[in-house]
Design a protein around this ligand. Structure first.
Ligand code: PGA
Length: 244
């Protein structure tokens, strides 16, 4: 893992955004793995501004998102699909036919997860996956547990995740379940960029970088991947300053 500490969130957004834009310029049919949450917003904003400036096209790029809440339709304002639509897809020339998502309203979640894994494989696998990290060390919605997961699956969200994300569900209960790519799905991406911003991520970053590899801190498995870049702000890096 290559870890870099940046002095501002903007610098992280520009650096990570430029990696995605560079990929699209060199390989127009690149396969991108995207994440939701507040952390990647600056990256998407950078990509959209590069597109508007005519410096990049995503017209042939394929996209796969990490996860989706169970029970929310695509047009539900709290769905991750709607988040991506608002913050990236509608702001660029990414084509609807190239957008891939887990369907949180599927009648058979197991079949839906197998369908998604097969689509990722048929696209040739993920060239690059963007990740945030939960305060509990989750990546995607791979919550702390007893074992590392393989392909996509239905997960019961942890209390930590519900506490962190319920702010987005003003006046309504947030879903307790989600569909998510598994650790194996994420791990098969040829390149991974993980971003962490803020003091509330410092412990998870510390466990990821120097703790033992354990499903209790899911991101710790990234130590075994040979092409991972970790971008941190000063607050997220506050417990690891002696090693990065
Ligand atoms: P956040 O979520 O970007 O909203 O902090 C990250 C995550 O839970 O993976």
């Amino acid at each position: 893992m290559q870890t870099t500490v940046f002095s501002s969130e903007q610098e992280i957004a520009r650096t990570a955004g430029e990696i995605f834009c560079g990929f699209a310029r060199r390989k127009p049919k690149a396969v991108f793995g995207f994440a939701t949450g507040s952390t990647p917003l600056g990256v998407y904003s950078y990509m959209a501004s590069e597109y508007r400036a005519g410096r990049v096209s995503f017209a042939q790029v394929k996209t796969f998102n990490l996860d989706e809440y169970c029970g929310l339709t695509k047009d539900d304002e709290n769905s991750f699909f709607a988040f991506m639509q608002e913050n990236l897809f509608s702001q660029t020339d990414i084509q609807a036919k190239n957008i891939h998502f887990l369907d949180g309203t599927a009648a058979n979640y197991n079949a839906e997860c197998r369908r998604y894994d097969a689509e990722i494989a048929a696209a040739g696998g993920l060239d690059i996956q963007l990740l945030g990290i939960g305060p509990n060390g989750h990546i995607g919605f791979n919550e702390p547990g007893k074992y590392f997961t393989e392909g996509s699956f239905k997960v019961k969200l942890s209390q930590s995740t519900i506490d962190a994300n319920s702010v987005y569900f003003e006046g309504r209960d947030m879903p307790q379940y989600a569909l998510t790519m598994g650790i194996g799905s994420i791990f098969r991406a040829r390149k991974i960029i993980l971003l962490a911003l803020g003091e509330q991520k410092a412990q998870a970053v510390n466990e990821m970088l120097r703790g033992k590899i354990t499903p209790r801190w899911p991101a710790s498995i990234l130590k075994l991947h040979d092409n991972v870049s970790i971008f941190l702000d000063e607050a997220a890096a506050s417990l690891v300053r002696d090693i990065v």
